[in-house]
Design a binder for this molecule. Structure first.
Ligand code: HEC
Length: 152
């Protein structure tokens, strides 16, 4: 009798620990597949091509944006901002960046087109990785902090 109860007290926590470990392993691998990695050469290279084809006409070949991007036009709309680390793209955690690219800004009265019909979420992550490869280390680390807070 005594042995059985001991077994139970040990088995319960081990079982819970296994569930916890398997769940955290799943969620972290899920997340990894969708995280931009500016050090992943293949992803950055693909992102560069996608950016030139779809985004450069507005945001500039290197993501430098329009010179007067801070000043709204007569309709109160903004011109394409820089995405190369000199603007405020890094203020937005990944889910916000993805939703701007996916849905555009028409619903907010802006002129950024939606890309969900043309680019997969992986494509968008590759483009973000290429842009982030241009950011300073400091800006990138600050973005990582903002982004990790949004996942809690
Ligand atoms: C037709 C011009 C145009 C094209 C093409 C375009 N954008 Fe934009 N983008 C804008 C404008 C204008 C804004 C500013 C938001 C607004 O509409 O007020 C913006 C904003 C953004 C932002 C938010 C930046 C910030 O600092 O808040 C991101 C990220 C972005 N664009 C990424 C992209 C990506 C990636 C592509 C290509 C897949 C792309 N854009 C293509 C015009 C464009």
């Amino acid at each position: 009798m005594k042995r059985l109860s001991n077994d139970r007290t040990v088995v319960g926590p081990i079982f819970l620990a296994l569930i916890f470990l398997s769940q955290s392993a799943w969620s972290s691998s899920d997340r990894d597949t969708l995280k931009p990695n500016p050090r992943n050469f293949a992803s950055v290279t693909k992102g560069a091509k996608l950016f030139q084809a779809n985004c450069a006409a507005c945001h500039g070949n290197q993501g430098e944006g329009a010179p007067d991007w801070r000043i709204p036009n007569q309709n109160g709309q903004f011109r394409p901002p820089p995405l190369n680390g000199s603007g405020h793209m890094w203020h937005h955690p990944l889910p916000v960046l993805l939703s701007i690219i996916r849905d555009g800004t028409a619903a907010q009265g802006g002129t950024m087109p939606a890309w969900k019909e043309k680019l997969s979420e992986h494509d968008m992550v590759d483009v973000i990785a290429w842009l982030q490869s241009k950011w300073s280390r400091e800006i990138y680390l600050r973005w990582q902090q903002i982004d990790s807070r949004s996942h809690r």
